[in-house]
Design a protein around this ligand. Sequence first.
Ligand SMILES: Cc1cc2nc3c(=O)[nH]c(=O)nc-3n(C[C@H](O)[C@H](O)[C@H](O)COP(=O)(O)OP(=O)(O)OC[C@H]3O[C@@H](n4cnc5c(N)ncnc54)[C@H](O)[C@@H]3O)c2cc1C
Length: 427
Amino acid sequence: MQLDEGKQDYPILIIGGGVAGITAALDLGNLGQRVHLIEIDHWLGGQVSNLDKLYPTDHCAFCPLWTEIKKCREHPYITVHTCTSVKELKEEGILKKVTFVTHPPVIDEEKCVFCGHCVGVCPVEKDLVTLDDQVNSDHAICMTRDHVYPPAYTINEDVCTKCALCEEICPTGAINLRRTDEESTLIVKNVIWATGFGEADLSELNEFGSGTHPDIMTSMEFEEWISETGPNKGSVKKKSNLEVPIEIAFVQCAGARDKRMFPYCSAVCCMHALKQAHWVKKRSPQTKCTIFFTDLRTVGKNYYKYAQQSIVAGHLKLVRGRPGLILPLPEKEGLGIKYENTMTQKAEIRRFDMVVLNGALKPSIRELKPEQRDRLSLDHWGFVKEGGDSISNFACGFSLAPADVMESVIQGSAAAWDVIQKSRPER
Ligand SMILES: Cc1cc2nc3c(=O)[nH]c(=O)nc-3n(C[C@H](O)[C@H](O)[C@H](O)COP(=O)(O)OP(=O)(O)OC[C@H]3O[C@@H](n4cnc5c(N)ncnc54)[C@H](O)[C@@H]3O)c2cc1C
């Protein structure tokens, strides 16, 4: 399928449908510029759709996102392609030609009316009877995500047995287990990268004990684990035995500001540690939180005030120091942390029930083939070098540099404005 061929008003392509990409798309669409927004996941929203509360207001993360996603989906100038990735991107004179592949979801979200009949009939779901099954297993049919717009179910194709009972029972014919990939090409004026970030694997830095114990979690895992829309519906529990944790440690700069991994500051972790810790205290008053920090960075309007309030309201204990060892203790006694308190210069060891590792965030352009990646202008860590070449000319959000929601949104608008300015014909 060839889209938009021959038309003079070429669209802008945005790759990545997180808050940065959504903002850029809406700003461009509102200016009357046609936009194609490509998102690799089933839903728009990016990492923010995985968040619980948002600093610095403590509002539910999804509420503001939901309305922006709806506007984007219904905008006459914006075409959204979910479950889609870029196969090839090349210059065609002053224009760009993009080839992209859509892997249509087995359950068509436009037709799904969210009745749940398919969940009831699925034999895999019926097998998930024990608590362990439910905690550890990926369900075959699950909601795309709580609060996602449009609300719909999706099928985990790795777990699905292809019995097709769901196809038969679906009252709207939304399910088709035989859908195949569709390839499309598009000529665009310019490309905005908004591909965001992911968490890096910390297991190569042995001292953090990443992957050695279920109660040592990454920040995104923990955010989902305690989230009101997460598996525990907002209760604070240990992952190992679902008991209430008494002591939780938040370890800042784990992998960040560290020459062995990422020398840069991930910019969002001090604030989200304060947020997570004070929400832990709100939901589980008996739990005590300690934050091990290097410098507590709270840069942004009202951020310092938020930090002060969180520290007081959450009765948070702050320890200046970088732990040198995190180790599961014998006899299921929890986790030991060895560190130097750099305020007192004393080496100390403390016991915790859970440890949250914060900091190892890296830019991510998912599923981009190495040959495509090589053609982009990226810095050493994979951040887009804006203006580096004509294909990576515009970028916003975490794909450009570590940024929180406020910053990503501002950058989304800035990229939209920039692309309009630079796409004008020469006078
Ligand atoms: C634990 C944690 C808590 C946080 N809490 C807060 C908070 O309370 N307040 C706050 O302001 N900030 C918070 N942040 C930061 C916030 O998550 C980011 O600022 C925000 O997600 C950046 O948005 P983005 O659009 O740049 O990137 P992302 O949210 O990462 O979105 C990028 C999108 O691009 C898509 N994508 C990637 N590659 C491709 C590809 N090749 N093709 C198509 N699509 C692709 C991804 O699937 C994703 O949907 C937190 C971060 C963490 C880690």
